[in-house]
Write a protein that binds this ligand. Structure first.
Ligand code: NOJ
Length: 565
């Protein structure tokens, strides 16, 4: 039994984070690209959700090779998105509404168009040379490193100018910054102070687990090849030293939240990042559940919706962070498919019910929920048939590599209908007018044709809509601290269709039952007493059936939270 009096409460533990991908939220000037003034126009909507924190994907100057994750100036705003005064207005508009703002911190790499890199690549003795990782060609070819987005597959790019290779774990236009250099670290800390002094409330730290590279770039063991290298990238010898330093130099001076994007982080090492006694970061989010049934280049297999694996992974993560640190919960973001497609069912018959079920899950787990814009109205994958419709360099590069290798293109296109990142990046669906109310002109990426039905205007005043269910679920989470801090206990771990768990705090006991399938499924557990008398806190159907033996029959994608005591 958990006791509230023994728990260290914090605003970021009690917050619901809503993620805005600015490029796709609202266009205000008719260029087909979302922008800051567009977000300002929608502040009342954002406030109406009841969320506490907005995480903004990068809005800094960028040539947009990777939609803003290639930054050419950390202290200015991307022209397409607006100006610094627009940003200041946005920040104060959020704060007036009691909403905190978390920005993306992208410091594993910069853009190759950043002035640091322009200097660095110009000569071997330039003062900025050591801001990046270089391998002199006279030493021969550098040891192989895998790259997420490289056109050729390797993370080293040769430059004639200085006869050397530079390292880029992501695209060629995203050279990795050299954290070994104290001057570079000081510049980054200074830039972080700049944003905190403006009043932002935290950072989501892009692939922060990759910042420390292994000295001398040794060959990795034979079994650590391809995408497996990610786990090694996350084990750089100086990672924790750097994060301690960042904490000491910057973070501890403000009341802010930090969350690591933690690829390569596992349950056995996450505490090194987020244990509160270690003064590094507050939270981290992992990729373990997202990898279920997804292989290299996002080719999926039959495990794609394996609920038993999903429950096992999420329960292990809860356990790992149950005593120290704090967990995060998310089902999708701008790097993953739409949650209703990925984890449930996006058919017109079930989309609404299934979205509500997933919302129940996200907002009833222990850990800070990160909720991706558009999921609250049940937006689903666009599922492009043609490679020409994709904008994401990752999909395009992988497609080209697959083609060059004579690989299976049909399998690639089919898998990417389910997994490609662009599925989550299509314009937000506000109403049924042309371009879904997102823009006056054709958007940078196609709108999902289902916008005619799936949109905010349709749902705003409908008490049974996904949107209003989301608002209701947020209220419930705030009303019952048990949903935030309560101990989590998984029930029926081997059930293939039902995910059920208890949440307990002091004398209160809540039971969450979720049917992850399109069939009626029954729930029974001898760990539960008094089901018949339980109070229903929320239900995405009108009723639920519980027989005299306390067996609950759940309708397809039904979700219920019961208060047992
Ligand atoms: C993770 C970001 O979420 C993703 O969108 C980006 O492509 C990579 N990091 C590289 O910055």
């Amino acid at each position: 039994m958990s006791k509230l009096s023994e728990i260290k409460r914090a605003w970021w533990k009690e917050a619901v984070v809503y993620q805005i991908y600015p490029r796709s939220f609202q266009d205000s000037n008719g260029d087909g690209i979302g922008d800051i003034r567009g977000i300002i126009q929608r502040l009342d909507y954002i406030e109406s959700l009841g969320i506490d924190v907005v995480w903004l994907n990068p809005i800094y100057c960028s040539p947009n090779d990777d939609n803003g994750y290639d930054i050419s100036d950390y202290r200015n705003i991307m022209q397409e998105f607006g100006t610094m005064s627009d940003f200041d207005e946005l920040l104060s508009g959020m704060h007036q509404r009691g909403i905190k703002v978390v920005m993306d911190l992208v410091v594993n790499h910069s853009s190759d168009e950043h002035k640091w890199f322009k200097q660095s690549r110009s000569s071997r003795d330039n003062p900025y040379r050591d801001y990046y990782h270089w391998w002199p060609a006279e030493k021969g070819e550098p040891p192989y490193r895998w790259s997420y987005f490289a056109k050729s597959g390797t993370a080293w790019k040769y430059e004639e100018q200085t006869n050397a290779y530079y390292l880029h774990y992501f695209s060629e236009k995203q050279p990795d910054l050299n954290w070994e250099n104290p001057q570079l670290r000081a510049e980054i800390y200074d830039m972080m102070h700049f944003w905190f002094k403006k009043g932002i409330d935290g950072f989501r730290m892009d692939v922060i687990t990759f910042i420390s590279k292994h000295e001398g770039y040794p060959e990795f063991p034979e079994e650590i090849q391809g995408a497996k290298m990610i786990d090694w990238y996350a084990k750089g010898p100086r990672l924790h030293e750097f994060l301690h330093e960042m904490n000491r130099e910057v973070l501890q001076h403000y009341d802010v939240m930090t969350v690591a994007e933690g690829p390569g982080t596992k349950t056995d090492n996450v505490l090194q990042l987020v244990d509160e006694n270690r003064q590094e970061l507050n939270m981290s989010y992992h990729f373990d559940h997202q990898s279920i049934g997804v292989g290299e280049r996002f080719i999926i297999n039959e495990d794609y919706q394996n609920l038993v694996k999903f429950k096992t992974i999420l329960s292990e993560w809860d356990e790992a962070l149950s005593k120290h640190g704090w967990n995060t919960i998310y089902l999708g973001n701008h790097d993953f498919p739409r949650m209703v497609t990925r984890w449930a069912n996006d058919s017109p018959q079930w989309r609404t019910t299934a979205s509500k079920m997933l919302t129940t899950f996200l907002l009833s787990m222990r850990g800070t929920p990160y909720y991706f814009m558009g999921d609250e109205i049940g937006m689903s994958n666009i599922k492009f048939d043609h490679i020409g419709d994709y904008q994401d360099l990752m999909t395009i590069n992988w497609y080209n590599l697959t083609k060059e290798e004579g690989g299976n293109i049909k399998e690639f296109i089919d898998s990417h209908k389910l997994c490609a990142r662009d599925n989550a990046r299509t314009p937000f669906q506000w109403d049924k007018s042309k371009h879904a109310g997102f823009s006056q002109s054709a958007p940078w990426i196609k709108v999902n044709p289902n916008y005619v039905e799936v949109n905010v205007a349709n749902q705003q005043d409908d008490p049974l809509s996904e949107l209003n269910y989301f608002r209701q679920m947020i209220k419930l989470r705030k009303q019952y601290l048990t949903l935030i801090y309560g101990r989590y206990e998984l029930l029926l771990p081997d059930h293939e269709k039902i995910y059920a768990y208890l949440r307990e705090l002091d004398e209160e006991q809540l039971l969450v039952i979720l049917n992850f399938s399109d069939e009626t499924s029954s729930f029974q557990s001898d760990k539960i007493n008094g089901l018949k008398q339980a109070e229903v806190l929320i239900n995405n159907y009108k009723n639920y059936i519980c027989d005299i033996n306390e067996v609950v029959a759940l309708q397809p994608y039904q979700s219920i939270i019961l208060r047992l005591r």
